[in-house]
Design a protein around this ligand. Sequence first.
Ligand SMILES: Nc1nc2c(ncn2[C@@H]2O[C@H](COP(=O)(O)OP(=O)(O)OP(=O)(O)O)[C@@H](O)[C@H]2O)c(=O)[nH]1
Ligand SMILES: [Mg+2]
Length: 343
Amino acid sequence: MSKSSRPPSSAPAAPVPTDASLEAMLAKALRKTPAEAVADPAQEHEPVAPEQQHCGYVAIVGKPNVGKSTLLNALVGQKISITSRKAQTTRHRITGYRTVGPNQFVFVDTPGFQTRHGNALNRALNKTVLGAVTDVDLILFVVEAGHFHPADAKVMELLPSNVPVVLLANKFDLVHRRGELAPWLKSMQEKHPFAEFVPMSAKNARDVERLFAICAKYLPQQAWMHDPEELTDRSERFMAAEMVREKLFRLTGDELPYTSTVVIDKFEEEGGLKRIAATIVVEREGHKGMVIGEKGEKLKRIGTEARQELEKIWDCKVFLELWVKVRSGWADDDARVRSFGYE
Ligand SMILES: Nc1nc2c(ncn2[C@@H]2O[C@H](COP(=O)(O)OP(=O)(O)OP(=O)(O)O)[C@@H](O)[C@H]2O)c(=O)[nH]1
Ligand SMILES: [Mg+2]
């Protein structure tokens, strides 16, 4: 992945935190510094001489539902990874690019690391996470501020010792007693030699801008790998399938998401129109009814919401046709999981 050469251990040595240093660190982290590293978007793509360019991979990892994809979208400045309040929303390694001044950030969103149900789908998701943390320049380890669950500990076990890791305490807006964060931070620092600590909210634009300045320090000096206008490595076809899956996640009950996926059957462009046919694959006959809903209402709503959002992102007309199919046991079947596009 990254072509930069890094010394074998670029993670700073673990400082032994004292209460005073922790308080100072927390105070510094909470101080809202101006986002000086982020240029005016209008100047984002000024030409930069290759010898002045910096470029690197920043992997975003964490347990399910901590806000990794929300963060990726905020960093890239456009929705390229779907989000929902349910776990296991992201199922692929999704790369998003952002070029700011001399810096090109290659952010890598990953599935939430799965600690339950060892089926073929979950094994594929975890393989994706493992692949994403090696050979990157920086890892953003995302947790919910003030929390540390066994599922977070499992992700922590994956953190390589030769890559700097930023502890990103997300959903900071939900922390009401901020004074209690210092002991939490101390306990976190004892678990891993984090290079930095960033309490923030992925939904707060200013916090996201501050994060660029933090990440920029870890980008090696090397030529950009992507056109600064490019946003992602993922195709429109992939985005279409993901958008349908997002609406399915958001509009159906808790039971369904884990056992459903979306396959694109047709993706055609005719002038300013994109014609898409997609199939929602579910595991059980009973699930089919849940997706279709009474008189087809649910399926219709999934289609309408996905179409409207795709039209907005692509700025063109979209014709979206949806089908529902039952493939029992697909998530337990390695070959099927692969055939549906999971690594
Ligand atoms: N209050 C609050 N909610 C957030 C924040 N960031 C994300 N969320 C919400 O948290 C939920 C999960 O967000 P996602 O971005 O889908 O989480 P994820 O870590 O990518 O989840 P998986 O892909 O399933 O691993 C969504 O309902 C988001 O709106 C935040 O900073 N504050
Ligand atoms: Mg996600």
